[in-house]
Design a protein around this ligand. Sequence first.
Ligand SMILES: [Zn+2]
Length: 265
Amino acid sequence: MANPAATPGPGRFDRQLGVEGFGSDGQKKLGCATALVAGIGGVGGTAALYLAAAGVGRLVLCHPGVAEEPDLNRQVLLRADQLGQPRVFNAAQAISERYPDVEVVALDEPVSGPSVAGWTNRCDVALDCRHNFAERLELNRLCWEAGVPLVEAAMDGAWGYVTVLSPGRTPCLRCWAGEGDPAWAPLGFPVLGVAAGTIGCLAAAEAIKVASGWGRPLEGAMLTIDLDDMSTSKLSLASDPECRVCGPVARAESGVAAQDLVVRT
Ligand SMILES: [Zn+2]
């Protein structure tokens, strides 16, 4: 698979080909890459849009259910006349209309659905933008089994975070999130649309790094940002030696050597 528009030369990628360290090599790698985006809400929809704009070869979008009116303060791929329709298909169409060179696969199903595991095995990077820990932890497990880097992004109100979880190189989601935060409301938590968009862009930036080889992915550390006062922090993430996804037992079963589990902060 290749993205024809990713061929170096005059075209819509001219302005990013000049970014130091990115260049034609990064563009070629990005154009041959598949990114799976779980959750096409305010964070994932923004991330998918910017990945397409940057010239990723293939997007696999995963999100069950229909769009509702409160979604429109942040889900910029959707239109008001599409309420009540499955959002993932309309989001995919919106991206395809803007960037027809990008292959878009739309899955109207949760991470536990029948198609996601197969696509996880075929992708180069996955982005976790779901609103519940059950699906986040399932995607974490699938990515560890497939050896696929996972960009983990979330937000609440005006605050959000992003980190890159890489099998064999960093802790996994379960190491520091356990079974999830029971304080997370399943739906209806406050969302400032620009906060979702900001976190979505940061997640897309990390996915572009992973897919293209450009830059230094945010592995082993979590960037947080609060738009209320624009404060930021960078936190180190620690591995849980008892973790059943990436701990010693899981690594022995998967064949990943213990010495490969290096936490970079
Ligand atoms: Zn773990």
